[in-house]
Design a binder for this molecule. Structure first.
Ligand code: ATP
Ligand code: MG
Length: 428
């Protein structure tokens, strides 16, 4: 596991820099993921050349360049349709805001650039021929499944509090353990998360939730998550609840779920069973929590709805299940069944019944929405209904159909609509 296979296109880019006399390496996540045998998202490159030089080299080679973050040393090169970032080796200046260096200095030395990186497994580079440069024991830590800061963890987290959550995210994703000194510094430094922007916190938390090994991370580091959520620290009083949330996170999510489904379901579970368990209006609290984290609107809505619906009783008749699916959609229903099952709000038998019945409802094409009724608003209007009466009548018809009391057939629906309208006139 000492040689990285660098893709052809990336090698070509590296060669362009090298023939112009500049040193260039692939660095960070790509080296880590290659050595782990995991899929690689981006090949980030770093170079001894300063940004102006990098830009010049590629413009002379006839390539388009984009000044992505020239101040921080990053130039994006478009190479055969692919965008690749090339960043000048940097030394971070002093950190006074707990998040970003006050200034960065460019350097010609790779060692300096690697030593500012967060964890040993992220601080490896490789050359064009695939030779790995590992100055901090990254390979050893990969082999041991260990997340260890480069340098003194306390200082590194003081510089940038986001690293605290990054550490947890990598542990949850890779199933790694935090090295003991790093783990302690994570716990001790957690209040520094208050200096981090909510968007960055959410990005890392979502990554943690998506991780297959989120459960053991939550089990040990829930006070850090509490701090990240900016909840009043309750001095360990909610330990029991958080441990329960951690146990729930251990359940594998069903096959075929999107990452978003996983993240929203697991986050809802975490808030429902951990942060807000036993408190009033957990759905509303979850919504506010998501707003504070500046999540996107779909996420905050879904997380809140999942908790609100999960708090209500289980849909244990075909009618209740159809109604829930009509109101929420099947994706939400699937998440709810999962939530009920893993939190033991539903017994295994109940969960199985809901799964099977949901499958049957879909297979039979049962009517669960007004749009599926064999009658439309215009027909109801012809029968004499006006304004809101039309919608109300359709809703009543749908309810009767979902209950199984009325077949979804045009003539029967029309007859029933007539009765309902006469009833409503009679009652006025
Ligand atoms: P992912 O697969 O999640 O993208 P990654 O390792 O590529 O993982 P990025 O956030 O894309 O992570 O960062 C790229 C590299 O930059 C990291 O591997 C690490 O070396 C360095 N890095 C990123 N954020 C920090 C930070 N806050 N402090 C120190 N180094 C960092
Ligand atoms: Mg990356």
């Amino acid at each position: 596991m000492n040689v990285v296979t660098v893709p052809r296109k990336i090698q070509e880019i590296m060669e362009v820099m090298e023939v112009n006399g500049h040193e260039i390496c692939a660095v960070g996540g790509c080296v880590r993921d290659f050595l782990l045998g995991r899929p690689i998202h981006d090949w980030d490159l770093c170079t001894s050349a300063c940004p102006d030089e990098t830009q010049k080299v590629f413009e002379e080679a006839g390539c388009q360049t984009i000044l992505t973050g020239k101040k921080h040393g990053t130039i994006t090169v478009l190479w055969q349709g692919e965008a690749v970032e090339i960043t000048t080796y940097r030394i971070d200046g002093e950190y006074t805001d707990g998040r970003r260096p006050d200034h960065v200095t460019f350097t010609g030395r790779l060692e300096d650039d690697l030593s500012r990186r967060d964890f040993t497994i992220n601080a490896m580079a490789c050359r064009r021929d695939g030779e790995v440069i590992d100055l901090f024991g990254g390979r050893r830590d990969l082999a041991e499944g260990c997340i260890r800061c480069v340098g003194d963890p306390r200082l590194r987290f003081e510089e940038d509090g986001l690293r605290i959550l990054r550490g947890l995210r990598f542990a949850a994703r890779l199933g790694f353990q935090l090295e003991e000194g790093t783990a302690q510094a994570v716990m001790e430094g957690r209040e520094r998360l208050s200096l981090i922007s909510p968007e960055r916190i959410w990005a890392e938390l979502a990554g943690l939730m998506a991780g297959p090994e989120a459960a053991p991370v939550m089990e040990r580091f829930y006070p850090v998550v509490e701090a990240a959520l900016r909840l009043d620290s309750t001095a360990g009083q909610r330990e029991r609840e958080w441990r329960c949330a951690a146990r729930c996170l251990a359940a594998p999510v069903p096959d075929g779920w999107s990452q978003w489904m996983t993240v929203t379901a697991r986050f809802a579970m975490t808030l429902w069973k951990g942060a807000f368990s036993g408190l009033s209006e957990p759905g509303k609290r979850a919504f506010d929590c998501c707003v504070a984290l500046r999540t996107d609107k779909a996420t905050r809505k879904r997380v809140a709805v999942l908790i609100e619906e999960a708090e209500k009783g289980l849909p244990l008749t075909p009618y209740q299940l159809r109604k829930l699916a009509g109101e929420m959609g099947w994706e939400t229903v699937a998440q709810l069944i999962f939530l009920w099952e893993v939190t033991e709000a539903a017994s295994p038998e109940e969960a199985e019944w809901m799964q099977n019945e949901a499958g049957e409802i879909v297979r039979r094409g049962d009517c669960i929405s007004i749009g599926q009724l064999e009658i439309q608003g215009a027909h109801i209007q012809k029968l004499g209904a006006r304004g809101p009466q039309i919608g109300e009548t359709l809703k009543r018809l749908l309810d009767d159909v979902m209950k199984g009391e009325l077949p979804n057939q045009r003539d029967r629906l029309e007859k029933r609509a007539g009765e309902l309208l006469r009833e409503s006139i009679g009652s006025k």
